[in-house]
Design a protein around this ligand. Sequence first.
Ligand SMILES: [Zn+2]
Length: 199
Amino acid sequence: MPLPDSIAALISALAKLPGVGPRSAERIALYLAQTDSVAVKQLAETILHTREKIKFCEICGALTEQSPFSVCTDMRRDASIICVVERAVDILAIEKADSFRGKFHVLGGNISPLDGVEPEDLRIAELEKRLAKEPIKEIVIALGTDVEGDATGIYLAKRLARRGLTISRIAYGLPAGSGLEFADELTLSRALEGRTEMN
Ligand SMILES: [Zn+2]
């Protein structure tokens, strides 16, 4: 027996979410289709509310309800060191490890010519603008350990090189080929502490 069209449509919508495979999408869709409609309405409204509330920080690109977000405006944070991450969610991983006292910059991805991601698609020009007006002395590159993350780090080190600026990358205690979100807090703290200079 084929599934009703509305359930099939919900399954294909859910299957587009990260980490949700076709089996999970089917389970969630069937669950929602039979759940109390008030609870389903609340879930839908929570999703909508979150999306409407969240924006990108105008300085670093973090996800925030208020721009600039708290790390960017916190005077106790060290403004001379900027940690460059691929995605906004990576900031959460580093903040959870609680060993980094500087500020952040979200790149928005890695350079990947095969996927059509060129340097100008990333927030590199924004980082250069920050270098021109903020008292930055060190850039810590904390990208993933896959080929794209590696290549992007090397590209950044070349492009951002200037007198008086140290460019370092986090130590590679991180699992190979993965992003920051999969590293435990201790590994991440050590990776930051053991960072090595690239220039
Ligand atoms: Zn910010």
